[in-house]
Design a protein around this ligand. Structure first.
Ligand code: SAM
Ligand code: FES
Length: 345
């Protein structure tokens, strides 16, 4: 097993059967061996700097019905909201004062926000904060729409592929959504010029170790600028309410593997990781992640953006979230930096 990790460290690649073997047979010792190396690679590329992104969850309306997601359209218990332009700008103002230089606009796939409306939001934020990057995470759109977002000033786009296996994708999504379209969107975004992030959940229902190996291989082939992974966590109002949540150990192992496969890629220690373990985000950083995404959404909507149960940071003001993370990172020897945190070759 250690030889496999050495090989990954030296060559940044493993064959599918080697990945499957590693994922099937890892132990705490092997993980520690991996994390020493993945942490070193992260330190060599980013020092002890941790990039921050201010997350603005601006709508929880969604026209899709992803079976795992708490804000999917068929959840009649979801209390739906949309932020106004003023509210979004006010989140940015607070965020800017707190030192954020990237704003992530995330939401359900909400048709209310037409291309023109999204373009207007991007332009307003960019003109108020020209030194900030804008990341969009608003799902699948046409090539032309993505191009308009880019031309309006959006810099980055997050679109997790969720699973790179067609059969598995179909078990997590209704028939109108397809892995082929999701991947096409990712390639379109890259061609247009966005810094692109993809990723997947660990422990989603029906997932096999082979599926995870194929996720790693798809990411290797796609070469994203950002990779967001986190454990699947059930939501009480979805069909997967009774499913097991993803494992902390496996999520951390995958962060370590991804860091060795992609030394310069931006990897967040996600909120979902912090939700399944009180020190989850710290552990993610120590496994090779280099980004955190504190919440900037107004407190009165926080618990409505409920993708999964028991999500953390739903009661705190933006400043509290920022300072809490700052302390957490300092305790493990890292610093939050005031920086756009772009991908660098
Ligand atoms: N609508 C956009 C999209 O589809 O990409 C962005 C919002 S979507 C809620 C953001 C991510 O949340 C998804 O890509 C998915 O991986 C994650 N997510 C949704 N439900 C989850 C759950 N139950 N547990 C963990 N992550 C979840
Ligand atoms: Fe649309 Fe989750 S189903 S954001």
């Amino acid at each position: 097993m250690k030889e496999l990790i050495d090989k990954l460290y030296e060559t940044q690649v493993l064959e599918r059967k080697e990945l499957v073997h590693l994922l099937n047979n890892f132990s705490a010792d092997i993980s520690d061996y991996l994390f020493e190396k993945s942490r070193l690679v992260a330190k060599n590329n980013f020092g002890n700097s941790i990039y921050t992104r201010g997350l603005i969850e601006f709508t929880n309306f969604c026209k899709n019905d992803c079976y795992y997601c708490g804000i999917s359209k068929s959840n009649k218990n979801a209390d739906r909201y949309r932020l106004s332009m003023e509210e979004i700008l006010s989140c940015c103002e607070t965020g800017y004062e707190l030192g954020f230089r990237t704003f992530v606009l995330q939401g359900g796939d909400d048709g209310y926000y037409s291309v023109d409306k999204v373009v207007e939001i991007i332009k307003k934020i960019k003109s108020a904060y020209p030194d900030c990057a804008i990341t969009l995470s608003i799902g699948e759109h046409s090539y032309e729409s993505y191009k308009k977002f880019y031309e309006a000033g959006a810099d980055r786009y997050l679109l997790r592929h969720e699973t790179a296996t067609d059969v598995h994708y179909k078990k997590l999504h209704p028939a109108e959504l397809s892995l082929a379209n999701r991947k096409q969107c990712l390639y379109n975004l890259k061609e247009i010029g966005f810094q692109v992030g993809t990723g997947f959940m660990i422990g989603s229902p029906f997932q096999t170790v082979e599926n995870l190996a194929d996720d790693l291989l798809f990411i290797k082939e796609f070469k994203p600028h950002m990779i967001g992974i986190g454990p699947f966590i059930p939501h009480k109002d979805t069909r997967f309410f009774n499913e097991k949540q993803g494992s902390l150990e496996l999520t951390l192992l995958l962060i370590g593997i991804l860091r060795l496969m992609h030394p310069k890629v931006l990897i967040p220690a996600t909120t979902a990781l912090g939700t399944i373990d009180p020190k989850g985000r710290e552990k993610g950083i120590l496994a090779g992640a280099n980004v955190v995404m504190p919440n900037l959404s107004p407190v009165n909507v926080r618990n409505k953006y409920s993708l999964y149960d028991n999500k953390i940071c739903t009661g705190e003001e933006a400043a509290e979230c920022r300072f809490c993370l700052q302390n957490r990172m300092q305790k493990i020897g890292y610093e939050l930096v005031i920086d756009r945190g772009d991908y660098k070759e």
